[in-house]
Ligand binder design. Structure first.
Ligand code: HEM
Length: 455
């Protein structure tokens, strides 16, 4: 069946635009082709992009059996390994998702509140007045530490300290559009020695694998070390035949959580700090709201603040860090928005374009948190974490982290942008990040130093 219209230029050019400047490219395509269009990116099957909430609802609410999403995520295989939840489909995906979900939801996720505030307070206490720092880097320190705790428990050991810089530097290897090309062009994925980009990437990954394997071996050898962390949970899980997870499966799921669980949140936080300090009226209003809680608020009170929540939502709306959901591959003929699609078609809910629809979000290029206080958006209109059976596993943790990190820092410090250069949304691997990472200055401490109280 004929695919919806889309750009006619050669697939290689389309891919280059997709890598170099994805948001402008998407805006252009939506202007020209409307709610549904096809991109042909060299080396990939055609992708049908859908930016209409009705179409997205049809995809997110369809029976999970109609689509495979893991199969279409091959691009992250070098980062997360073959056994990653992100690459699984069918029953195995369902089973592993069920296993990994509880630590990230409900009461359990709230138990990380104290940890998040403490890590943030410790990081902030190291700042010197007027000494610039890059928000993205600092936020990555915080979010990486949080996810390491949730995966490994409170093991503060040497191994844990070694994983931190290795993981950060491995992900930095896709830190710009040019470097992100490594993920899209398989011919660049050649190990030409320890100094070649791919060679470096593989060696760092191997070193992380060794550290993860050492942790698995230690836990298997000393079951008394097992606690309530995710590794312990996975170590005690059995499949339908009573078999435990293999070392490779454990390692890939740990890599997945470490990779998916901190970069995205760090980038979202860097964006939030950018907007709060770029637009003084927003900062003013937020501070007034935070101050209504008085000294030493409970973290859950901070979490529930409406304007803070709206700032986090608007941050994830305007430049959604993950700007497309996983492409869903139709397993048989499906109908979406009145179009028939053959088996094998890749249907891609476009988070960025839905978030920029004028009729839903008037003046969509303006940062205006109030829109989230004025109306409620459906789970097909506001979709920073995707939806359906692939909805982000860590959305509750990510929202908790965003609010508590912002709340803790703004209660205690005056910050300012370190320069006035325009910040451009730029590809960073598979995400959209602020081009300069957002340089900030701590200009002073707020009158009362607050600590968050835990009831
Ligand atoms: C602001 C931060 C984050 C954003 C914007 C984000 C966004 C997303 C999106 C858009 C998807 C794909 C959903 C779909 O296709 O329907 C996803 C999947 C996923 N995310 Fe997140 N994420 C964030 C933080 C996290 C955190 C903290 C974790 C830690 C557990 C995490 C773990 C995952 C996993 C494991 C998947 C794959 C789920 C599956 O295949 O079933 N993410 N995320």
């Amino acid at each position: 069946m004929k695919l919806p219209d889309g750009p006619k230029n050669p697939a290689l050019l389309q891919l280059i635009q997709w890598i170099a400047n994805p948001l402008d490219y998407l805006d252009d395509c939506a202007k020209r082709y409307g709610d549904i269009f096809t991109l042909r990116l060299s080396g990939f099957r055609p992708f049908v992009f859908i930016n209409n909430p009705q179409g997205i609802q049809e995809i997110f609410t369809a029976d999970a059996k109609n689509f495979d999403a893991g199969r279409s995520n091959g691009i992250v295989r070098p980062l997360v390994g073959d056994n990653s939840l992100i690459l699984l489909d069918g029953e195995r995906h369902k089973r592993e998702r069920k296993l990994l979900m509880p630590p990230f939801h409900g009461e359990k996720v709230k138990s990380y509140a104290q940890l998040i505030c403490q890590i943030t307070q410790r990081v902030g206490s190291q700042w010197q007045v007027n000494q610039p720092f890059v928000a993205r880097t600092v936020m990555q320190d915080i979010t990486l530490e949080v996810i390491l705790h949730t995966v490994f428990g409170l093991s503060e050991g040497d191994r844990y300290q070694q994983i931190k810089p290795l993981l950060a530097s491995m992900l930095d290897m896709t830190g710009s559009p040019l470097r992100s090309s490594m993920l899209f062009f398989s011919f660049l994925q050649k190990d030409l020695g320890a100094w070649s980009p791919w060679g470096k990437f593989l060696r760092r990954k191997q070193r992380i694998y060794e550290l993860l394997q050492a942790e698995i071996d230690e836990r298997r050898g000393h079951p008394e070390l097992n606690g309530k962390d995710i590794l312990s949970l996975m170590l005690s899980a059995k499949d339908e035949n009573g078999q435990p997870m293999t070392d490779d499966q454990l390692r890939d799921e740990m890599m997945t959580l470490l990779f998916a669980g901190h970069e995205t949140t760090a980038t979202a936080l860097a964006w939030a700090f950018y907007w709060i300090h770029k637009l003084p009226h927003i900062k003013e209003k937020l501070l007034q709201e935070i101050d209504t809680l008085g000294d030493n608020p409970d973290p859950m009170e901070v979490y529930r603040l409406p304007y803070l929540t709206a700032i986090c939502q608007e941050t994830l709306r305007i430049y959604p860090v993950v700007f497309i959901a996983f492409p869903r591959m139709a397993k048989s003929t499906v109908e979406i928005m009145g179009h028939q699609f053959d088996a094998g078609t890749m249907l891609t809910p476009c988070i960025y374009l839905v978030h920029h629809r004028e009729e839903l979000y008037p003046e969509p290029k303006q940062f205006r948190p109030e829109r989230f206080l004025e109306r409620e958006y459906s789970p097909y209109e506001f979709i920073p974490f995707g939806g359906g059976n692939r909805r982000c596993l860590g959305y509750a943790l990510a929202m908790l982290e965003m609010k508590l990190v912002i709340g803790t820092i703004l209660s205690n410090y005056h910050l300012a942008l370190a320069d006035n250069k325009p910040v451009i949304p730029q590809r960073r691997g598979l995400t959209i990040a602020p081009s300069n990472g957002v340089p900030l200055l701590m200009t002073g401490r707020r009158a009362a130093q607050r600590t968050v109280v835990f009831s």
